[in-house]
Design a protein around this ligand. Structure first.
Ligand code: DGJ
Length: 684
């Protein structure tokens, strides 16, 4: 199978199929029988007389020395060790199902070559009786052996998307998200770079498990040196004996052009396949979100004043965050009571919405549907609707509603739907602020069902996935939402790094980024407005500070950057973020390249004091070596007083070939920490 620039080739020797090739696209006339032959290994001492195959689901019943891809048992707990026979292949133009059976079990591996250039893979297990499932891996793929490290992700509240470079070694690298959501801790992504891979060159593979309920990943080097990677739902997530189980989709891709090939394919796949846009042609509107301005302290007069100022700065969508419902004066009460708080909003939300609309903005509203506070009318009426043990510890003073119960989903659908139907709302910020008390796939299926019903009933409404910032970011949730709140940290210095690393997986158009207050509410750091604004303008742009508290000079800078975002967002959001290999670790830099290659913008963020006196050249990427480009430094005025030399870009555009720009690079002026250079490029 070919998807974009990659090929996946499989064979079966009468049992479960196995991958014999995964990598750069092969010529159409490649001899597949020869390819299969070339994949056969030798044997030596210390091995059994036939090498147990690394199949799409390695089998414990065949003495496979590593982790099996399927662990199941009879309903009474008796372990099953099926040895599957290959039954048949079913295929259409771009998808293939490989079906095997044993002991009354049918195991199907489905592979689809997506037009976006990725493969999606899924495993489905069916039985002729109820069985128990302990572990089911999505189709298992071999990992490269010409590789020293793998890159996986961890993070925490206010520091999401941190890249771990983990050395390969015999044995297992196992990660498991046991908090009931894809999570800050273990986002379900993995990159497998081959030795020497950089952002701009070399070979790399990548995998993403499209599931919001928590996953388990096993990257294993077997005793014989082969390597495998398995992704599936968290162990124990299937709590009931059943006849049918399926994994989520595993997204798989290979790049021959470094990590940027991975980034480009993930960005394209998310934007063009995964997300279902209500109106794809609508430019991503500039947001104003009031959370860090007023928290729970709602008043029509204050919010109208804030809305006036946000609109004057260029906002196009006004989002009313937490605090509008029940008796929600802090985070201890009212989740579950989705009725407007008449003490704060005596005439309901209509007056604010009317005011926002009169300013030319649309209106968005915060919900946290899956949660309930013990101090709520809902909990008092239905204490049995909570998920998990009765004596559990609360998280942010809240409990989780059991979304496997249809009556709970019906209640939530009706409550949220009534607010949407009764008001002119085009956006939900959908939050999820606590770790789940138990692991249960039924909870995530229930949440997906609720999202799907609300989307079907209100197809024009966009949804943002927020979970204390970036705690639920994956292709499962993005199939139902349109934006992710990457982090509660909008300190631009932190956000610059976070956005840079998240760009390996997420396109600009779904990655929310807001301009915060002068002093960050999560780090205390003070940063200049130009830096805060340019960092936010790299992604889906918005404001979250109190506009009553910004100076005239800062308002002018913010208005200018907002106007720039509006003038450039359409081509930027349809383009590709390419990470640059900066020779200076204090410079975090990327290019955003238009889909037709005709223009680009380069962002170079100086996030700390550099150690050498002069900036090192920054090499561009993704350009046509033979073409000429005019490059212009957009914000030469941000140069510090100590910048006193004849740096050409400070004084006007330069015209250089793609070869010069990519080979030698460009020299930017010296910069203070917390400066973002913005260089616009146009192909001549
Ligand atoms: C956590 C979110 O990440 C914040 O942006 C904000 O919406 C609060 N919840 C509201 O309680």
């Amino acid at each position: 199978m070919d998807a974009g620039e990659q090929t996946l080739a499989l064979t079966s020797n009468g049992g479960l199929p196995m991958v014999i090739y995964w990598g750069a696209r092969l010529p159409d006339d490649e001899d597949l029988a020869q390819l299969a032959a070339s994949a056969r290994h030798d044997l030596t001492g210390g091995m059994i007389d036939q090498l147990p195959a690394l199949t799409l689901s390695p089998e414990s019943g065949r003495a496979f020395a590593g982790q099996p891809g399927l662990i199941c048992a009879e309903a009474d707990g008796t372990p099953l060790h099926p040895v599957f026979s290959f039954d048949r292949a079913e295929h259409s133009a771009c998808s293939l199902s490989l079906i095997c059976s044993a002991m009354g079990l049918t195991l199907a591996h489905r592979i689809t070559a997506q037009p976006t250039g990725v493969f999606t893979l899924q495993t489905v297990l069916e039985a002729d009786r109820d069985i128990r499932l302990h572990w089911l891996a999505a189709p298992v793929l071999p990992a490269p052996q010409a590789a020293d490290t793998m890159i996986d992700l961890h993070g925490r509240w206010v520091r999401e998307f941190h890249l771990n470079h983990v050395p390969w070694a015999p044995g297992i690298r196992m990660r498991e998200a046991r908090t009931g959501r894809s999570g800050h801790e273990h986002p379900p992504y993995l990159i497998l770079p081959e030795t020497g891979c950089t952002n701009t060159s070399g070979s790399a593979f990548a995998l993403h498990y499209a599931w919001s309920g928590g996953h388990r990943m096993v990257a294993e080097e077997l005793p014989d040196g082969r390597r495998q990677v398995q992704f599936g739902a968290t162990t124990g997530a299937e709590t009931q004996a059943k006849r049918r189980f399926e994994t989520a989709e595993l997204v798989a891709l290979h790049s021959t052009i470094g990590l940027n090939g991975i980034a480009a394919a993930f960005q394209r796949d998310t934007r063009d396949r995964v997300v279902k846009w209500p109106n794809p042609a609508r430019p991503r509107p500039v947001h104003y979100n009031c959370w860090e301005a007023i928290y729970f302290d709602h008043s029509l007069a204050d919010l109208s004043d804030i809305a006036d100022r946000a609109a004057a700065l260029g906002a196009e969508r006004f989002v009313l965050d937490d605090g509008w419902f029940g008796r929600r004066d802090d985070d201890t009460t009212s989740l579950g009571d989705w009725t407007i708080d008449r003490t704060k909003w005596p005439d309901g939300l209509q007056p604010l919405i009317a005011h926002v609309k009169s300013l030319g903005m649309t209106f968005g509203l915060w919900f946290e549907p899956e949660m309930v506070n013990p101090d709520s009318d809902l909990f008092r009426a239905h204490p049995d609707w909570m998920l998990g043990p009765v004596d559990q510890v609360t998280g942010r003073h809240q409990l989780v509603l059991d979304l496997s119960k249809p009556q709970v989903r019906d209640y939530l659908f009706d409550a949220v739907s009534a607010i949407l139907a009764g008001h002119d709302i085009d956006y939900i910020k959908w939050d999820h602020n606590r770790l789940l008390p138990v692991v249960d796939a039924a909870q995530s299926h229930g949440a997906y069902d609720l999202f799907d019903r609300l989307r079907a009933a209100h197809p024009g409404v966009e949804i943002e996935s927020c979970a204390s910032g970036g705690g639920r970011i994956d292709a499962g949730i993005l199939a139902r939402t349109h934006r992710v709140w990457l982090s509660d940290c909008i300190d631009a210095e932190e956000r610059l790094r976070m956005q840079h690393d998240a760009a390996l997986f997420l396109p600009s158009c779904v990655t929310g980024s807001h301009v915060g207050a002068l002093h960050s509410h999560t780090t205390g750091r003070a940063l200049p407005m130009a830096f805060r604004a340019w960092v936010a303008a790299q992604r889906h742009f918005g404001f979250e500070m109190d506009p009553r508290k910004i100076s005239g000079a800062d308002a002018a800078v913010l208005s200018e950057v907002t106007a720039w975002y509006k003038a450039n967002r359409v081509w930027m959001m349809a383009g590709t973020i390419l990470r640059l290999d900066s020779a200076d670790p204090t410079v975090t830099s990327e290019m955003q390249l238009a889909a037709d290659g005709g223009r680009f913008v380069l962002f170079a963020g100086q996030n700390a004091q550099t150690v050498q006196i002069l900036p090192r050249p920054l090499r561009l990427t993704g350009l046509d070596p033979a073409a000429l480009y005019r490059i212009t430094l957009r914000n030469a005025g941000d140069a510090p007083p100590q910048s006193r030399g004849p740096n050409a870009l400070k004084n006007g555009p330069l015209t250089l070939s793609g070869r010069a720009l990519m080979g030698q690079g460009i020299l930017l002026p010296v910069a203070w920490p917390a400066t973002m250079w913005v260089v616009e490029g146009e192909r001549l």
